[in-house]
Design a protein around this ligand. Sequence first.
Ligand SMILES: *Cc1c(COP(=O)(O)O)cnc(C)c1O
Length: 409
Amino acid sequence: MSTFGFTTNILHSDRRLGTESGAVHKPMHPSAQYAFGQAEELVAVFQGRPGFSYARQGTPTTAALEAKITQMEQGTGTVSFATGMAALAAVFMTLLKQGDHVISSQYIFGNTNSLLGTLQNMGVAVTLVDATDLEQVKKARRPETRMVFVESLANPGTFVADLEGIGKWCADEGLLYVLDNTLTTPYLCTGKAMGAGLVVNSLSKHIGGHANALGGAVTDTGLFDWSTYPNIADAYRSGKSGGWGLTQVKKKGLRDMGGTLSSDAAHRIAVGAETLALRMQRACDNAMALATALSNHAKVSRVTYPGLAAHPQHERATRLFGGRYGALMAVELDDSIDLFGFLNRLRVLVLATHVGDNRSLVLPVAHTIYYEMGPVLRAQMGIADNQLRISVGVEDIDDLIADFTQALG
Ligand SMILES: *Cc1c(COP(=O)(O)O)cnc(C)c1O
């Protein structure tokens, strides 16, 4: 399989599991339950043989999408979820226990930050660190540290953590390294190349790409030795230890917590994923051109984009992401510009939350996604009051630059 390239694999990997009546798209399976001709088969599936029993634990449609994600991340297996947050919740809730400790980057998605707060209420300690600096991560280590959590590209500040350095250190320490790869996608870097044991992708973003379906995925890279992980329940400590972690995430995350991806959404995401490389390359090219244009504009006081030489982790991003820098940037306008007036004058960029759509989206972050957090935490996370988050789409670049220029006025 690995002899094929990224897009060839995405396009053809699900057919390798076998087609149904020759259909090139995996059909959408709406059945809630799956029947068996023989009692022995029914029992075998309940006792761990791959197969389908009740759709809360997946369908052939979600399995086909999972095969594509596994290929993209070059992993050993994937479990899909209803949303990216459901995938993250499943990882944290099924693999951590009261008394455990998590080291997390402080530059993370706001909802994930809120989820870590819920974990703390349940007795899991969390230390937030500046993960762009490996020393800060190391300093947070405790005897009860179980997991290190980092995002590949932080939203909206575009900080790039020391992804590889953290991977090497986690390997030395025997720690589980969980990487949220949503904003780079496996097109820019795989979790495996960074040394992560588990990779989380929100499929609602670039992988689906068309903002017409929500989904999430957890992929095992095969790098982590689950036989050393103390929180695996006895029921899942059978067979090869490589599968233990993902089995527990699937059983407890889907069966017990029920955040299952629908067949309809799995189909839409699978169709979107076919063009991930094309869309992502175009969005990265557009973002680079827009960031360059804006950074030279007199009415823009600051552009934070990893592709710009002035970005504090520009060299690291270049090395890790193959000369592509993602579609996300943070922009601060000159104080003379009325923020809401500017936003209301935009004609192409869409005023909306969400990232990784084909359309370019713009959001004033302090007033919206980071509002609940309050000014102190915002300052700590480097979020200015006049900061805009821009998720660059695949429009014609001249139209994007012209829209910004006219709205700056
Ligand atoms: C959007 C996002 C999520 C959550 O994904 P949903 O599918 O919206 O639940 C998680 N992590 C990152 C980095 C995101 O951008």
